[in-house]
Design a protein around this ligand. Sequence first.
Ligand code: TRP
Length: 477
Amino acid sequence: MAASTGTTPREGWSSRSAFILAAIGAAVGLGNVWRFPTLAGENGGGAFVLVYVAFVFLLGLPLVISEIFLGRTGQDDAVGSIRKVAQRSGVSEAWSGFGIMGVVAAFLIVSFYSVVAGWVLYYVGVMGADFVGALAAGDPLRGALPGESQEAIQGRMGDLFADPMLLLAMHFAFMGVTLYIVARGIGSGIEAAATVLMPMFFVLLIGITIYGAFAGDMGEALAFLFTPDFSKLTSQSLNTALGQALFSLSLGVAGLITYGSYIKGSDGLGSTSLTIAFADTGVALIAGMMIFPIVFAVGLDPAAGPTLVFQTLPFAFQTMPAGSLIGLLFFVLILVAAVTSSISLLEVPTAWGIGEMGWSRTTSALIFGGSAFLVGIACLLGYNVWADVRPLGFWDLFADTDILDTIDGFTGKVMLPLGAFFTAIFVGWRADRRLVQEMTGLSGSWLALWRFLIAWLCPLAVGLILVTGLFPAILGS
Ligand code: TRP
């Protein structure tokens, strides 16, 4: 029996806008500022961007509504919320199983997310030192460090990866901050962090984009991002675009079920969900418009892959006016986005521990934050001492992937789509229709449209892309 019916009232957001801000904070993260530009670059730009945006609104948005509906109706951790909706709908409680998968997936994601955020933290330090050097030299607006070559600047990432202790220290610091905020709770932890960090994020994002428009090549960036070349699309890139849409909206791992369960009011979920989807997609596109003008200005390769942000950009900054200052601000921006997302990830298992196991918030956060820290250590060792380890090496899809990329790939390509698939089937087919209508606040043709998308399009499209992505041989590509 769940221990969630205790005597102390359950925590909650202070207002509707507090929930929206926290949910946007969860959505906007490394996925927007690091992965989206990386994937858009690797997959040829425009066509990928178009497919991505279509997935966000046709598949992502209906799922955002569904997850928030489950949480808000259940008022419990992810598993408990699904169970309660199942009870009220008169269907099997076994449906809460996909909540458990979500809890596991969120736990796995936060473990490697913290490692990547640790790299960002390191770059804040390195860029900060550059800027302090520029200040000390009496030239705060300088770009290049005198005498530093492209190799030296790009070599910083390799140096970092070769140093397990340094990686560990950064991972430890980031996970520590995440754990601290989550342990403080919804109001004085997560909501307070979002209230401070999100405005800061938006100011930095707009500021650096304007800088890039003047100092970089915005024309080429816009052409790259918005001129579709459909010959560049493969079944793999469709799978990638779907995985990215789910990841960026924080879907498929019960993140929004958990956040939604702290909503007390009863406003319509349609406009709330639309705001979240618009904000998240807007930030991803603006992040592209922030990064690519700078990349093109220096004539660098947009398809550099995961090192785009860590090697290509720092070099570009060094050659530009006020580069050391902008570079520092850029990494602060990514760090801020990462914090508000990692807390949402850790909150999923933490809420589960509170709701299902009856642990205190501090105990639960410590248990899951601590174990995720340990899994993260395996990820970071995968760049040096365990560089040859291939955890899913027997599976051709992951035959050549290191520890971090395997956890990233498995959660993103398998667990997220599966979670989304079950959410769609459960909410679209099994949940009581009147309950759904009452709790989502949808009516008329919006309700009909949403019903069609969640009951038909989502399961079919997600299922198809899942299968073809996992077994590319089916399409012969
Ligand atoms: N959406 C975040 C990003 O884009 C990552 C994230 C936060 C997430 N919470 C999540 C991903 C829940 C999946 C599920 O960086």
